[in-house]
Design a protein around this ligand. Structure first.
Ligand code: PNS
Length: 155
């Protein structure tokens, strides 16, 4: 049985994240979404809100969502993850993800599976979604409908 841990900020979860997570559900026996929580940074959506968003997207009990603060490899060990899984969009992601994959493997030997995001999602990032939404742009089609509703509820 292979357990994968997919870490990220997911603030908010986008259609790109959902694409990678759904494909990971097909690839691995167990999938844990690890939401990074930085105590010195105020997120747009709280950890509890992001957990609820994932439940809205995938259904209650379909995926496990944990919050974490600290080294990812330590969390992977704690939850019994065999691999890390990450989505890859553009070239800049590649450099960043390769460095982290090498570092995480150096630290504990854990492997990282890099999944290319589907072509139609390549330009989507949580930070761009937040900025476009804040400035009044249309983000429908970039995020799941539950996220769209949650964004509108914050106006
Ligand atoms: O969605 P993001 O913000 O690009 O995700 C980045 C994340 C959470 C995967 C990365 O910052 C991370 O792994 N943070 C945990 C701290 C850690 O282990 N840092 C060393 C990485 S080699």
């Amino acid at each position: 049985m292979t357990t994968a841990l997919c870490p990220g900020s997911f603030d908010p979860p986008t259609n790109g994240h959902v694409d990678v997570l759904r494909r990971s559900l097909d690839l691995f026996d167990r999938l844990i979404i690890g939401v990074v929580v930085n105590p010195s940074k105020q997120p747009f959506f709280s950890l509890e809100e992001r957990k609820a968003l994932f439940e809205g997207i995938f259904g209650v009990g379909t995926v496990e969502v944990i919050g974490f603060d600290g080294l990812l490899v330590d969390v992977a060990k704690e939850v019994g993850a065999d691999v890390l899984v990450k989505g890859l969009r553009e070239g800049a992601d590649f450099e960043y993800e390769m460095a982290m994959a090498h570092m995480n493997r150096h630290l504990t030997g854990i492997e990282t599976v890099l999944l290319p995001t589907s072509a139609e999602h390549r330009f989507i990032s949580s930070s761009l979604v937040r900025e476009v939404w804040r400035l009044g742009g249309d983000v429908a089609g970039l995020v799941p409908s539950v996220v769209l509703d949650a964004l509108e509820a914050k106006r």
